[in-house]
Design a protein around this ligand. Structure first.
Ligand SMILES: Cc1cc2nc3c(=O)[nH]c(=O)nc-3n(C[C@H](O)[C@H](O)[C@H](O)COP(=O)(O)O)c2cc1C
Length: 195
């Protein structure tokens, strides 16, 4: 599959087979994730990757994450998803990738998002289903959870992606073509002598 096919064909998968993914395949996907551009590659590494495996273990964490979100609604907002019937935080997936951003590095969260997008595309290209999930982030960042899970100190869970073999693939929602402004040089700039 070429890059464009992978970009256009990827869908968020919300039903997984329980079978684990091989460590070799996971490592290959993580290697693709960290090819994302960072400012600069010689700088400090902005992320740490944490892996959690096991559909049952993840499902149990999912219930905790949902309950946390239900009881800790953001001020002035009301999340409906924590009480939505059938909403699963980890969708039965056997693998969870957390891309954790270096604390105190203002760029790190963007770096993590770029790596996350690479991960989704690479996974689709290799026949692995994924879903980017924001739902567990408040719980993951809540008091004591990072320590309980053994996440490295000094890094905050920024991107959560579940992965596995898809049990069902939804039909995609076609995106509208982007609204593009082609910026022609202005008359005054075009007239400016270059030397
Ligand atoms: C930041 C972010 C958070 C998301 N959180 C969730 C989530 O918690 N649960 C979920 O099922 N999907 C989640 N999604 C997936 C989106 O719902 C999905 O990408 C969108 O509906 C478009 O569908 P597609 O990915 O199949 O193209 C999230 C996506 C992003 C980018």
């Amino acid at each position: 599959m070429d890059a464009l096919e992978a970009i256009h064909g990827r869908r968020s998968i919300r039903a997984y087979q329980k079978a684990p993914l091989s460590r070799a395949l996971i490592e290959e996907l993580l290697w693709a994730a960290v090819q994302a551009p960072t400012p600069p590659v010689s700088g400090t590494v902005p992320w740490k990757l944490c892996m959690l495996e096991g559909a049952e273990r993840l499902a149990a964490y999912g219930l905790r994450a949902k309950e946390y979100a239900r009881t800790h609604q953001p001020e002035g907002e009301h999340w409906e998803w924590p009480t939505r019937p059938g909403f699963e935080v980890f969708w039965g997936a056997p693998v969870l990738v957390l891309i954790c951003a270096q604390a105190g590095n203002a760029e790190a969260r963007y770096d993590c998002c770029r790596a996350g997008q690479n991960l989704l595309i690479a996974a689709h290209a290799l026949g692995v289903g994924t879903c980017w999930i924001g739902a567990p982030i408040p719980w993951l960042r809540s008091e004591g959870v990072a320590r309980e899970l053994g996440m490295p100190e000094g890094y905050d869970a920024e991107v959560a992606v579940v992965m596995g073999v898809a049990a069902q693939t939804p039909v995609g929602q076609p995106r509208p073509r982007p609204d593009v402004a082609w910026l022609a040089p202005s008359a005054s700039a075009a007239d400016t002598p270059t030397a």
